[in-house]
Design a binder for this molecule. Structure first.
Ligand SMILES: *Cc1c(COP(=O)(O)O)cnc(C)c1O
Length: 229
């Protein structure tokens, strides 16, 4: 059975080849290793193999691992964030991928200002429109949210994040990922800003996402193995 380091390197190779096939620079795609539910030993193993960025979907778990693990790790909050947990998230997250409302953006700005920090954020888009998913559903809503984020001095809006429907066919994956890119392009044009980051692609679909322009892929299972239910 291969270990975490081998699987990590396998994922990095697949990212490189997918970027190459799309005529992109493989350096333009960063891997966030999704370590939710994994023990710290697994994270240390990946860290020792050279991985620096890790993603968690729960604030409490991220915060506990942030406190326990070495300072050089870059923590990404990728799951839904409740406003009353924004301060804890800001303390420990290098980037928050899941900003999905004006109220949450304003709350992050406030707690970041108290912490003397500028918080990097992404706006989450629910491109597929599934009811089970969080995120802004229309291009207009994204634009509005983007416009407001620009007025907040303690958040730095860097781009967009989405999740494709689980088990979707290849054609649907292309549609969802290219749609996120188009919304990003529209926001850049209409707001006159640069939004370099597209956080899209998980274990099942990261190669497709890289082909459609992902700059951050969030991969858990393909590195750490299946999670317990
Ligand atoms: C769990 C999770 C991932 C990683 O999922 P895998 O299928 O294990 O790669 C990526 N993004 C988000 C938002 C997640 O919650």
């Amino acid at each position: 059975m291969s270990g975490i380091a081998d699987r990590l390197n396998g994922v990095l190779e697949k990212i490189s080849s997918a970027a190459e096939r799309a005529g992109r620079d493989s350096e333009a795609v960063r891997l966030v290793a999704v370590s939710k539910t994994r023990p710290v030993g697994d994270i240390i193993e990946a860290h020792n193999a050279g991985q620096r960025a890790f993603g968690e979907n729960r604030v409490q778990e991220l915060s506990a691992k942030f406190a326990e693990l070495p300072g050089g790790i870059e923590w990404h909050l990728i799951g839904h964030l409740q406003r009353n947990k924004a301060a804890t998230a800001v303390e420990s997250s290098s980037m928050i991928h899941s900003v999905d409302s004006v109220k949450l953006a304003k709350r992050i700005d406030l707690v970041a200002s108290r912490a003397g920090k500028t918080q990097k954020i992404l706006i989450e888009a629910n491109v597929s429109g599934e009811k089970s998913k969080f995120g802004a559903e229309s291009g207009d809503e994204m634009l509005k949210l983007g416009e407001i984020c620009l007025e907040l001095p303690n958040v730095s809006l860097l781009g967009l994040m989405t999740m494709a429907p689980f088990g979707a066919p290849e054609s649907e994956l292309h549609r969802v990922f290219s749609r996120l890119r188009q919304v990003r392009d529209r926001m850049e044009r209409e707001l006159g800003i640069s939004l370099p980051e597209l956080s899209m692609g998980m274990s099942q679909d990261y190669e497709t996402a890289v082909g459609e322009g992902a700059t951050i892929v969030r991969v858990g299972t393909a590195i750490f193995g299946p999670r317990q239910a």
